[in-house]
Design a protein around this ligand. Structure first.
Ligand SMILES: Cc1cc2nc3c(=O)[nH]c(=O)nc-3n(C[C@H](O)[C@H](O)[C@H](O)COP(=O)(O)O)c2cc1C
Length: 358
């Protein structure tokens, strides 16, 4: 049992979930000194898992998923915990307060969370000013963008573009979120025609050729995934992030009254793992490995991470696993991954990508 599991997690889990999240994030921002952690980690994290995708060199394949640091208040400190990259956001053009509280719930029996945060964030202008203040940034930083809640469909593309124009100079890549279940009608932008229009407009605006990725839902049919892959290839999108949270509540261990008490929202964590693996497999197969995939959903251990690599992901992200496993999760997964790759006889992580995608 680690210090986190024995002492810190019980303390954090005694608080309401969003309070615990805010407390953890501000503690990370206040108490973690990047130079100190880097010294500690560089001694113990001697992994050779570097990955190059869409022109970016990642120190290791495991990133922190969007939603943990929505406003870019602790990206540098989080990067030092051993993550190969950090994705901040979702950021919207205008600030917004998100859904009414409570809006984040733990399902401990399932090692899962349900959230309906609804893109609470400080808005692109404020987030950009924070990005500009990060000195000598030596980690890869993605910015995940979404649309403002009150924006109607007809103005949505312009709303995404306004956000994109503000943040693109400060990001290494941009993730377009069309898959959060907590903004009404957002997921409609996964429909081929709407997605094509959005992505074409983004690419026309993308004069600096920054990598653009699309984050998709786990609740898509095979035909929908096929259409999305086609549009992504046609519009020369750099990659797919699979997946966001699910609206399904199938196969949960948690008592049904507790699930009902949590109410609507996206489910993340362990129950999402295999569902997201299936989406990764389909995207890899349908794109014949041409679309780099960031695999996310239910990663807690190196074994979980390796399954996603074999399914076709070349990069990975974690959110709920970080909440349950604590600050050593990136280090532990990376060390474990390196071991597994060597044990299975692969010369590199790249060789394992998609090895079980059929
Ligand atoms: C509390 C919470 C907030 C989230 N906020 C966002 C968000 O703002 N944008 C986004 O693209 N994904 C968001 N996500 C989804 C995660 O990035 C990730 O795709 C999902 O949780 C599956 O990964 P996991 O099982 O490792 O948590 C959020 C997830 C949680 C639990």
């Amino acid at each position: 049992m680690s210090f986190y599991n024995t002492f810190v997690r019980p303390l954090l889990f005694s608080l309401p979930a969003e309070t615990a999240h805010n407390f953890a994030l501000s503690s990370i921002r206040t108490f973690l000194r990047p130079s100190f952690i880097q010294n500690v980690l560089s001694k113990r994290l001697c992994v050779d898992l570097a990955v190059e995708r869409f022109g970016l060199k990642f120190k290791n394949p495991l990133g922190l998923a969007a939603g943990f640091d929505k406003n870019c208040v602790a990206a540098a400190q989080l990067a030092c915990l051993g993550f190969g990259f950090v994705e901040i956001g979702t950021v919207t053009y205008k600030p917004q307060s998100g859904s009414p509280k409570p809006r984040l719930f733990r399902l401990e029996a399932d090692k899962a969370l349900i959230n309906r945060m609804g893109f609470n964030n400080d808005g692109a202008e404020v987030v950009v000013s924070r990005l500009k203040k990060i000195k000598n940034r030596d980690f890869i930083l993605g910015v995940n963008i979404g649309k403002n809640r009150e924006i109607e469909e007809i103005e949505a593309v312009e709303n995404y573009l306004s956000c994109f124009r503000l943040i693109r100079e400060e990001a290494d890549y941009v993730a377009i979120n069309v898959s959060s279940p907590n903004t009404p009608n957002l997921r409609k932008f996964q429909e081929a025609d709407k997605l094509r229009k959005l992505l074409k407009s983004m690419q026309e605006e993308n004069t600096t050729c920054i990598p653009i990725l699309v984050k998709i839902s786990p609740d898509l049919s095979e035909a929908q995934i096929e259409a999305i892959v086609e549009v992504c290839l046609e519009t020369k999108i750099h990659g797919v992030i699979a997946t966001n949270t699910t609206v399904s509540r199938e196969g949960l261990q948690t008592a049904s009254y507790e699930i009902q008490k949590a109410g609507e929202g996206g489910l993340s964590g362990k129950p999402l793992a295999e569902v997201s693996n299936q989406v990764i497999r389909k995207v890899y197969r349908l794109s014949q490995g041409k679309l780099p995939i960031i695999g996310v959903g239910g990663i807690f251990t190196a074994e979980d991470a390796f399954k996603k690599i074999c399914a076709g992901a070349s990069l990975l992200q974690v959110y709920t696993g970080f909440v349950y496993m604590g600050p050593a999760v990136a280090r532990d997964i990376n060390l474990g991954l390196q071991k597994i790759i060597h044990q299975k006889g692969f010369a590199s992580l790249d060789e394992a990508v998609g090895s079980e995608s059929i």
